[in-house]
Structure formats: structure tokens, C-alpha cells
Design a protein. Structure first.
Length: 77
């Protein structure tokens, strides 16, 4: 695995030192899990923002609503 160097606050170091109490075999596993969770959370946030944007366009644009409704009507059940 690739190693990285970064700075942490004292409270973050204390949290990392308690990795076993949270079920992680080592500090690296805890950090990898936290980064993966943050990545997932940020991806979901972008997806929600995109959906909100599309919903706004749908609400404000009559042509978009008509095209969407026509496509839905033709969608096989």
C-alpha cells in the first residue's frame, strides 16, 4: 500500500490510538474506512444536488415536462 504523511490534531491522534476499541486492527484500517465513508457521503451529496437541479429544471421548463411525460407514457410496463 501507498503511505501518506499528514498532520493531525492531538484529539485525532487520541482517537486513532483507540482503533481497537472500535474494531479496527490498526490505525491505517480506521483511516481507510473513514476516508471511504467520507467519499461515499460526498458522492451521495453530489448525486442529491444533481437530482435537485434536474427537479428544478423539470418544474420550471414546460418542454422538459412534456418530453418526460411522453417518454413515461411510452415506457413498457
Amino acid at each position: 500500500m501507498i503511505q501518506a504523511k499528514f498532520s493531525l490534531d492531538e484529539s485525532q491522534v487520541q482517537f486513532l490510538n483507540q482503533h481497537r476499541q472500535y474494531g479496527f486492527k490498526d490505525k491505517s484500517e480506521l483511516v481507510r474506512t473513514a476516508l471511504n465513508n467520507l467519499y461515499t457521503q460526498l458522492s451521495m451529496q453530489r448525486l442529491r444536488e444533481s437530482a435537485d437541479c434536474y427537479a428544478q429544471v423539470y418544474e420550471e421548463d414546460e418542454d422538459t415536462r412534456q418530453i418526460t411525460e411522453a417518454a413515461i407514457a411510452e415506457w413498457p410496463e
